[in-house]
Design a protein around this ligand. Structure first.
Ligand code: GLN
Length: 194
């Protein structure tokens, strides 16, 4: 069962993608929703400062951080990537800090920063990427696998159980990113049930 963080932002689109893939999911809004039976978590796009604040207010922040550090797969898109990054160039707050990159919020400009481009994604292939007031990342630490770059900046990356995109695969009809994440979840399930 994959949890979808559903307090703010574009979470419904992720739920549609998981349903299309036949993956069971549930919404995570409060502490009691984040139970032991979860095999993965999606952090959607939205407003990272608001999401970070809500996660902390709902008492979800520490248990989710512990689960990620324990190896549970997590997939963050856009604001979700900002919450996962170890450093933020233009936000002094601290969040999950598990993906060894530095992100810059609203890196393409605040209002005109939305665009679509085809990206070559390692392990997936050409992918239609939708950017909405997106961050980009740079300064990848050792251990970070850069999955896609554009304009010399990192826009998709993985570090072990942590997958992140600056863009929104859930706003396309292309299921391959979610299928890639579902495969990470399956591998994790097989290590935890054996
Ligand atoms: N600009 C937003 C932030 O900084 C992220 C935008 C998005 O998730 N589409 O949190």
């Amino acid at each position: 069962m994959i949890g979808v963080f559903a307090l703010q932002g574009a979470f419904i689109e992720h739920e549609h993608m998981l349903s299309e893939l036949g993956e069971p999911w549930k919404e995570i809004r409060r502490r009691e929703h984040f139970t032991d039976g979860l095999d993965g978590l999606i952090l959607p796009g939205g407003e990272s400062t608001v999401q970070g604040k809500l996660l902390k207010e709902e008492g979800l922040f520490l248990p989710v951080k512990a689960a990620i550090e324990g190896g549970m797969p997590v997939f963050g898109t856009c604001a979700g990537m900002i919450l996962l990054a170890k450093k933020r160039a233009n936000d002094p707050n601290s969040y999950f800090d598990v993906l060894g990159v530095t992100v810059t919020r609203n890196a393409y400009g605040r209002q005109l920063g939305s665009f679509r481009t085809d990206l070559a994604v390692k392990g997936i292939g050409q992918f239609p990427a939708v950017f909405i007031r997106a961050p980009y990342a740079d300064r990848a630490e050792e251990g970070v696998e850069v999955l896609a770059e554009t304009g010399g900046k990192i826009v998709a990356a993985r570090q072990k159980n942590v997958l992140a995109t600056a863009f929104h695969p859930e706003l396309t009809s292309d299921l391959r990113f979610h299928a890639y994440f579902a495969e990470m979840v399956r591998r994790w399930q097989s290590t935890t049930t054996n």
